[in-house]
Design a protein around this ligand. Structure first.
Ligand code: FE
Length: 175
């Protein structure tokens, strides 16, 4: 790439407006929130905290929190998942490895798994990017239900309304 003759200072910021159709950025200073109301319950002892609910591309970025004996029910991923463990430990009943703080996990399309937190771990928090859909299944793959970015948004609206933050609290995370 040729060096532009008027590019003398690497600290000169970009001088032009962003594309007019570009979406605005999301900045969440308290990604692990102090306010417990921000955690949206999704099952017994399981919560999620939305960060980016990407309805235009059909994925969601969230923190998943599981306490004590919580289980994230058996589900299949038709698309990939990326995870990064922030706190606690967990494993899948279908694999022999354990995810610990600092672990990065890639789950390929076709995975079916059940997330459990072992005895003695008070709480785990993991940052997950989930693409497309999660299909809840029985032990033989029969689909029992699903979640996608739209069911996530609906859960957030309902919960935030109930806890007094207002249904539109979720709007800041939607792109
Ligand atoms: Fe999963």
């Amino acid at each position: 790439m040729p060096i532009q003759k008027n590019d003398h200072d690497p600290r000169t910021p970009y001088q032009l407006p962003f594309p007019k159709d570009a979406l605005s950025e999301i900045v969440v200073p308290d990604a692990v929130p102090d306010d417990d109301r921000i955690w949206v319950p999704q099952a017994e002892n399981v919560w999620f905290r939305p960060l980016c609910l990407n309805r235009s591309q059909g994925y969601w970025m969230n923190l998943l929190k599981v306490r004590k004996a919580g289980v994230l029910s058996r589900h299949r991923h038709p698309q990939e998942v990326h995870g990064w463990v922030l706190k606690g430990r967990w494993h899948y009943l279908e694999h022999d490895w354990e995810a610990t703080p600092g672990s990065y996990v890639y789950e390929p399309p076709g995975e079916t798994h059940t997330l459990v937190v072992p005895d003695g771990v008070e709480e785990m928090i993991t940052y997950f990017q989930v693409n497309g859909v999660m299909c809840y299944v029985d032990p033989y793959g029969e689909v029992l239900g699903y979640e996608d970015v739209f069911t996530k948004i609906d859960l957030c609206r309902k919960h935030y309304e109930e806890v007094g933050l207002g249904a539109d609290y979720v709007d800041q995370f939607i792109r």
